[in-house]
Design a binder for this molecule. Sequence first.
Ligand SMILES: *[C@@H]1O[C@H](CO)[C@@H](O)[C@H](O)[C@H]1NC(C)=O
Ligand SMILES: *[C@@H]1O[C@H](CO)[C@@H](O)[C@H](O)[C@H]1NC(C)=O
Length: 303
Amino acid sequence: MTPVFLWFLVAAPVLLGAGSPVHDSNNGTTPLVIWHGMGDNCCNPLSMGAIKKMIEEEISGIYVLSLMIGKNVIQDTENGFFMDVNDQVSMVCAQLAQDPKLKGGYNAMGFSQGAQFLRAVAQRCPTPPMKTLISVGGQHQGVYGLPRCPGESSELCDMIRKALNSGAYSALVQKHLVQAQYWHDPLNDDLYKKYSLFLADINQERVVNETYKKNLQLLEKFVMVKFLKDTVVDPVDSEWFGFLKTGQAKETETLQESVLYKEDRLGLAAMDKAGKLVFLASDGDHLQFTREWFTANLLPYLR
Ligand SMILES: *[C@@H]1O[C@H](CO)[C@@H](O)[C@H](O)[C@H]1NC(C)=O
Ligand SMILES: *[C@@H]1O[C@H](CO)[C@@H](O)[C@H](O)[C@H]1NC(C)=O
């Protein structure tokens, strides 16, 4: 008896200590995983690269992983248009699970489409645990329109627009066009529910997957930023999980007015009641904000 007891006394501090190297390697900070938006990549010095650098300057010792989907930045950019989103999410889940720095959990920040993709990670892959999800201009109810494309991808965008108009829910377009996978046509609600490979699944349009509901509620906070002068996302309500009312393309409804919320198919109503949903507004166009705005409004969730 005694040796066992002593062993416990001696081992206890060691066991306690064993937990801390992971923590120490992150310098007492919570790691951050970033997923870029359409037409962008992990490392562009003018976008994600600059954000990563800024956060590293503001939070000393933080580990920031800006996701690269593919082997290099060119593939990463292309995959943002053409790689099956469900495959992208699986790839990211595998990468996060293998990263020793993320073992104790991490915060996540998605930009534009990267935000709804990270929400899928939260719903499908609870290990390692995502703590806070920040959606910066994400389209949680998808889009119905592609008014303007960011950056230098305008020719590509014309092509994509044509494909979406010709049949966003055809198997071929769904499989090969990322934007079709979160295309939400309120005039063809039945087609959307039936054939949308990605968004209709994570938004519980076909069935209520209890695992998704449970996992999303594990988040400490789900912060959604809407850009009040957004000219890229249509309708902009999608950035706060609202959308066009079904059957027409003019009137919108808020998250709280939606069936998704009223039936609480995804746990969002429960999260709202628990004070886990945060709705932020930023005055600019899509993804346009100043360092001051970022520091004042988003940084507190990353500390
Ligand atoms: C962690 O903090 C120490 C002391 O503040 C610093 O020297 C070290 O570079 C930091 N580690 C990382 C990964 O930033
Ligand atoms: C629910 O989601 C989990 C996690 O992604 C998945 O393994 C399971 O197959 C899903 N169930 C249904 C009914 O779609």
